[in-house]
Write a protein of this length. Structure first.
Length: 297
């Protein structure tokens, strides 16, 4: 009996040691895992930057912002840029500015058109022949008189404020006495463009197609801006704005949608404080080229 008891005791001691060893091993593995995880987390950006390109993944947000900021560094002009990349469903923005709002100039005409379409949808009516003629002139030829006429038909210059409220464009506001001086931000314009070019719970498909059609038929002398650097076979829709101001210099803007086999995005570039209209156009087009090049990677 004694020997059996001693053998049982030794066996129990051995089992206890094995259990303790397993627990210690598990504890060590746990500690190592935690330490390794912490190390990887602190180095995550470097790891992504190193591995992602080799796997075919590109951090468009980071590379695009870096590209924009390099161009804007040291410039005195105010610039607000925003892109919604429909392929990744990401919004990318940067602001190089001392102001939080930008004068829309003729870029406001996209808002005027959209408000008119919404009003007709709510009333369950269609555009009259006169309104079709005016909207065509307003968008494709940037006709100011047509814009004023349409706003009067909608009750005044502040009519698109209804649109801004509906779409959550909280940083956009119509000027009650001079519609060209209405203000906005690039991210707000992206909200509008997304409802025109992508799935919308506000605009009907018919209204979307109507707005898209007009913005894709801009007169040749106004086909500049966010279309720069884009392949000739791309689907391009845009609307530009430009306005000289005695105090703030030129205000030059460009909005649009770009789609190719490689990219699908809406973009808004707003500037003010340009010394000339051409300087504003040149800056917008440089940012546009960078945008397409980065997103097409």
């Amino acid at each position: 009996m004694k020997n059996k008891n001693q053998r049982g005791l030794r066996q129990n001691n051995q089992n206890s040691k094995i259990v303790k060893s397993k627990r210690l091993a598990m504890l060590i593995v746990g500690i190592v895992t935690i330490l390794l995880g912490a190390l990887l987390w602190t180095q995550r950006e470097k790891i992504v930057d190193t591995v992602a390109p080799k796997l075919g993944f590109v951090n468009h947000e980071k590379t695009l912002k870096q590209s924009w900021q390099k161009t804007l560094k040291g410039k005195s002009v105010n610039v607000d840029v925003a892109i919604y990349n429909n392929k990744t469903q990401k919004l990318i923005t940067t602001r190089h500015s001392q102001t939080n709002k930008f004068v829309m100039a003729s870029a406001v005409k996209v808002s005027v058109l959209t408000e008119l379409l919404l009003e007709n949808e709510k009333a369950q009516t269609v555009l009259t022949d006169n309104q079709k003629e005016l909207t065509n002139s307003m968008i494709t030829a940037s006709d100011n008189d047509a814009t004023t006429n349409l706003l009067y038909q909608m009750g005044g210059y502040q009519a698109p404020d209804n649109l801004f409220k509906t779409l959550g464009m909280n940083n956009s506001k119509m000027n009650p006495t001079a519609w060209g001086y209405s203000t906005t931000t690039a991210p707000d314009q992206i909200k509008l463009l997304r409802h025109i070019f992508y799935k919308s719970d506000v605009l009907s498909k018919d209204s979307q197609h109507y707005a898209q059609g007009l913005m894709s038929q801009i007169d040749d002398d106004q086909a500049w801006g966010v279309s720069a650097g884009v392949p000739k076979n791309a689907e391009i829709s845009l609307k530009n704005g430009w306005l000289p101001d005695d105090d703030d210099g030129w205000m030059v803007n460009s909005l649009g949608h770009i789609k190719t086999k490689k990219v699908d995005y809406v973009i808004a570039i707003l500037t003010n404080g340009d010394t000339t209209e051409q300087n504003g156009i040149d800056l917008i087009e440089q940012l546009s080229r960078q945008s397409y090049q980065e997103l097409a990677k």
